[in-house]
Design a protein around this ligand. Structure first.
Ligand code: NAP
Length: 247
């Protein structure tokens, strides 16, 4: 019986590859938000399930043995949905969530509770590298007196900040590339979610090197109830243990 991997992250792709190498049947699920997603190896399904009840039904239909929720730390709704569906049908759930970033010597970070809080911290006249993702851009649309270099994977829908330039790109990013971006656009502030992980960390190194402040949006509270691991290896071990001792 297959494992369901709720994906959309590098860790989810690594987990799919590891289970594939171990000949463990797994289905990776993507939301379908990104036009050309990086696909994991193995079986993939794309699109929302239609809420927790529908997900619970789907788990039964597909005879899913266990769920690994490896979605992004800020993807709150699908994690809540997975927790509810898991409880409803008794399919075990593991949360695979990479650790957040930690400030180092030389960092000038301010923490915000959410995107609105981050927008409120932007000083007048700032030139901002905005990396919080396409869906959260409306929170910054009313900031009139700053320039935003908006970096996201796919073109965003309005509303957008009035003074902005769009940069469609996706990681992994390098320190050299981030320094070049900061210098070329005369950026003096970075705004990011506390996504964690190595693929997009270079902006923090570049900000430290140039002495720039960074506004970091705190992670939402984690859904309580399921086991949590921070690494793909631990998730593989959990799946192996689950397969060795089902029930
Ligand atoms: P979200 O707000 O938690 O989810 C919104 C809805 O999208 C969910 O209710 C669910 O629809 C569907 N969905 C989300 N992830 C899914 C998945 N892996 N498989 C099937 N359906 C999924 O999620 P989000 O913040 O929009 O993120 C969407 C996806 O992008 C996630 O898979 C996440 O891992 C990835 N991602 C998110 C961020 C971020 O900053 N939020 C960054 C990088 C990658 P139904 O209710 O219809 O089932």
């Amino acid at each position: 019986m297959p494992i369901l991997i709720l994906g959309g992250t590098g860790e989810a792709r690594e987990l799919a590859a590891a289970l594939h190498r171990d000949n463990v049947a797994a289905i990776s699920s993507l939301a379908g938000r990104v036009a050309r997603p990086r696909l994991p190896v193995g079986e993939v399904r794309i699109g929302g399930f239609g809420g927790p009840e529908k997900l619970a039904e789907w788990l039964g239909e597909e005879r899913i043995d266990a769920i690994v929720d490896a979605t992004h730390p800020f993807a709150e709704r699908i994690s809540a949905s997975a927790a509810q569906a898991s409880a409803r049908v008794g399919v075990p759930l593991l949360r695979l969530e990479r650790s957040g970033w930690s400030a180092r010597d030389g960092d000038r970070w301010s923490w915000a509770d959410d995107l609105d809080g981050a927008a409120a911290l932007i000083p007048p006249g700032a030139r901002v590298l905005l990396t919080t993702g396409r869906q959260g851009l409306p929170a910054f649309a009313s900031v009139e007196d700053a320039f935003f270099l908006v970096r996201c994977v796919d073109p965003p829908d309005p509303p957008l900040p009035s003074h902005h330039e769009l940069l469609l790109d996706r990681g992994p990013y390098t320190l050299a590339g981030e320094l070049e971006l900061i210098d070329a656009h005369r950026l003096d502030l970075v705004v990011t979610k506390d996504s964690g992980g190595a693929l997009t960390e270079a902006k923090l190194d570049a900000a430290r090197e140039r002495g720039l402040p960074v506004i970091v949006v705190r992670r939402p509270a984690r859904v309580a109830g399921s086991a949590v691991v921070a690494s793909v290896d631990e998730a593989v071990a959990w799946v192996r243990a689950r397969l060795a001792h089902p029930g």
